[in-house]
Design a protein around this ligand. Structure first.
Ligand SMILES: *Cc1c(COP(=O)(O)O)cnc(C)c1O
Length: 458
């Protein structure tokens, strides 16, 4: 197919939207390690997981064998409000760079929550409603997940209790108000409303919080409140599953024009957007059908894949969650005040961790000033104001496209543009004022947390 015939935006028809999510674990010969009960160190059973999570979601969490899982029609109805999401050919960026590379990005910022998180929020709210729950509790870092869940809960008429990392609560009052517009109750974390919050406050007075703390508080509240369950916006295999709608649409759009990517790039916080984007492609790799270069991009200030340890660790600071085997920096690692709030998690999805360990994906870490420089370079020609998290992927996409200028290779690059950055203007302001710094933890600091990892031999 000649170049000219590929449009700026490849849209799928509504009826081409995926009817099933794809569970990449089914095609993995060596499966991701199971979640463990932190007391017995035995794999979590469905019954144990159902104490915290909705039952259907607990089933999805444990399902390592079903390759395709039906997307309920109620969820597809909601998806239709903002999906299929476009796959954009970045013609303007290519021209500006003067690169022979062909650059595509999958844009997930086309909804009010401003990110891909809504794809899983609506699924989790649906299963909570179906189970007859009154409400759900959760944490939010930068606020995108809390916003997405608030929207999903209001749609299904569920109560939504959000523990928001304190520094974001203070830095991003508008995110908080969007959540309240959708009826959510938002509490800054750590708070004195939970036992674990009070404990963390006593041990670390003046702390500005972390995702790990907020998770502990949300779990405690769910477990102690009748009719409530806890939901999580990333890291878990169920979330990665829901996010495969991104990769399935991307693949369908590429297939329409016989395009085969060489490089697939995504930012990685807990791993859900990247996992969702790459799953169908990694599935082909696992089945020996195709080969792609897959790159996870993380902040240098929170480098779980590039500098973490592959080990069992707690998913939260309060150690109330099960143990997960993942690339981790240690559950009480609190990253410096990086502006990409959505990437400040100490661990990484077990699925992605296992794929990384098997050498199927690679990882790079980037510093935030270079990330914002890339964001600006992109925004000025492609029009979209990207989220700081998404801009990590942009940075590496630009690097790869610039390499092609030198080598003359016409590589096809696909990256995930996970969201928009309208609530991150303080961060952009810091960048423009030259007041942004890059903090990279030292080996000694990381070693301190590594020593504290739970000793689990499996
Ligand atoms: C939360 C978030 C991320 C990172 O989360 P993953 O689970 O790693 O995908 C990336 N981009 C945006 C815009 C986000 O809101």
């Amino acid at each position: 197919m000649s170049e000219k015939t590929i449009p700026y935006k490849i849209y799928l028809e509504e009826n081409e939207m995926p009817k099933q999510w794809y569970n990449v674990r089914a095609d993995m010969k060596k499966k991701p390690a199971p979640l463990l009960n932190s007391a017995t160190l035995e794999p979590m059973t469905l019954e144990e997981l159902s104490g915290v999570f909705c039952e259907e979601l607990a089933k999805q969490e444990l399902d390592d064998t079903t390759a395709y899982i039906d997307i309920p029609e109620e969820i597809r109805e909601f998806y239709r409000m903002y999906r299929p999401a476009p796959l954009v050919r970045a013609y303007c960026l290519e021209k500006k760079l003067g690169t022979p590379a062909k650059i595509y990005y999958k844009f997930e910022g086309n909804n009010t929550s401003g990110s891909h998180k809504l794809n899983s929020a609506i699924a989790q709210a649906y299963y909570a409603k179906k189970q007859g729950l009154k409400g759900v509790t959760t944490e939010t870092g930068a606020g995108q997940w809390g916003t997405a869940l608030s929207m999903a809960c209001s749609y299904f008429d569920l109560d939504c209790q959000v523990y928001m990392v304190k520094c974001s609560y203070e830095q991003k009052p508008f995110r908080r108000e969007v959540m309240r517009t959708y009826g959510a109750h938002v509490t800054p974390s750590p708070s004195s409303t939970t036992e674990v919050g009070r404990k963390i406050l006593a041990e670390h007075p003046g702390t500005t919080g972390s995702l790990g703390c907020a998770i502990s508080e949300a779990v405690e509240t769910a477990v102690n409140t009748e009719g409530y369950k806890y939901v999580l916006g990333s890291v878990l295999s169920q979330v990665l599953l829901h996010q495969t709608v991104i990769g399935l649409e991307t693949k369908a759009a590429l297939d329409k024009y016989d395009i085969t990517p060489d490089i697939i790039i995504g930012c990685a916080g807990g791993g859900s957007n990247l996992g969702g984007l790459i799953s169908p492609f990694v599935g082909e790799m696992l089945r020996g059908e195709k080969d792609y270069q897959v790159i996870a991009v993380e902040p240098a200030s929170c480098p779980s894949l590039t500098r973490g340890t592959y080990a069992y660790d707690f998913c939260d600071t309060g150690m109330v969650c099960p143990l997960a085997k993942m690339y981790t920096l240690g559950c009480d690692f609190i990253p410096s005040a990086n502006h990409a709030g959505g990437l400040r998690y100490h661990g990484m999805s077990s699925v992605l961790s296992e794929l990384y360990d098997q050498g199927l994906i690679e990882a790079r870490s980037v510093e935030q000033t270079e990330v914002f420089a890339a964001a600006e370079e992109f925004a000025r020609v492609e029009g979209i104001l990207p989220a700081p998290e998404s801009s990590h992927a942009i940075k590496v996409a630009l690097d790869e496209a610039k390499k092609c200028i030198e080598t003359g290779e016409e590589k096809t690059i696909v990256f995930g543009l996970t969201g928009t950055g309208y609530f991150d203007m303080y961060a952009y302001e810091k960048f423009h004022d030259g007041a942004m710094s890059d903090y990279i933890p030292t080996d000694e600091e990381l070693a301190k947390y590594r020593e504290k990892l739970p000793k689990v031999e499996r």
